[in-house]
Design a protein around this ligand. Structure first.
Ligand code: GRF
Length: 216
């Protein structure tokens, strides 16, 4: 498989890569991106934040940074396809170079993936391909693994199955519960996300046979 490469921000350019972030919850990963992008050398700018629900801290974080927000709630649409179409329209209006799903708790649909092919990344709190889905930390803990972590990947039609951009490893402690483990994963996850979104913006990336490489 070979997908289109993403163009890097020209070095020293006045225009950083345009990033739309989608969230569903507390938005600490979003916050890490907002903080990093305050430095022009980071190479990426958060141009909008979208959500699938109202009144979440992720949207409040965007408001505090004067970043435009939008909400597309599944229940307001007649079908999942209609929601997917509307979500893609809202995102497209901001002309993103990259779309980051940062704790976005919905699967984007076929139209969304086609319109932003190879430009949508997601972060998952487990080491893919292990423990996909909504309970990555709890499933890893229940299995008894000694290390877990987080994975940044380019989204495809599966659940946490796309080509892997980066992974970070977090040891499991004997007294962990799922919540404590997830919080420790999130510390490493935020660092991984910031480092790699910055590189994607500054250097570009390409995907060949599932291998994601920086540079063009
Ligand atoms: C992250 O661990 C993300 O991978 C998972 O949900 C968490 C979101 O955290 N899907 P936050 O909203 O960024 O604080």
């Amino acid at each position: 498989m070979s997908t289109p490469s993403v163009e890097p921000t020209p070095s020293g350019a006045a225009a950083p890569a345009r990033v739309v972030v989608l969230v569903s919850g507390s938005g600490t990963n979003l916050q890490a991106l907002l903080d990093a992008s305050a430095d022009p050398a980071y190479g990426a700018r958060i141009v909008a934040v979208g959500a699938d629900r109202d009144e979440i801290e992720g949207l409040a974080r965007a408001d505090r940074h004067n970043v435009p927000t939008f909400v597309a709630r599944l229940k307001d649409f007649s079908s999942r396809d209609a929601w997917d179409h509307a979500l893609a329209d809202r995102v497209a209006a901001f002309e993103p170079d990259l779309v980051v799903l940062a704790g976005f708790m919905k699967l984007v649909g076929p139209e969304f993936l086609e319109r932003f092919e190879g430009k949508v990344v997601n972060t998952h709190p487990a080491l893919c391909p292990s423990f996909p889905g909504v309970n990555g930390p709890g499933d890893a803990l229940a299995y008894g693994v000694k290390v877990t972590g987080a994975t940044l990947f380019v989204v495809d039609a599966g659940v946490d199955t796309g080509p892997i951009v980066a992974q970070t490893v977090v040891p499991v402690e004997d007294d962990d519960d799922a919540s404590a483990l997830h919080e420790r994963i999130k510390v490493a996850e935020r660092r991984m996300l910031v480092d790699n979104v910055g590189r994607m913006a500054r250097e570009g990336f390409r995907i060949t046979d599932r291998k994601v490489r920086f540079g063009l």
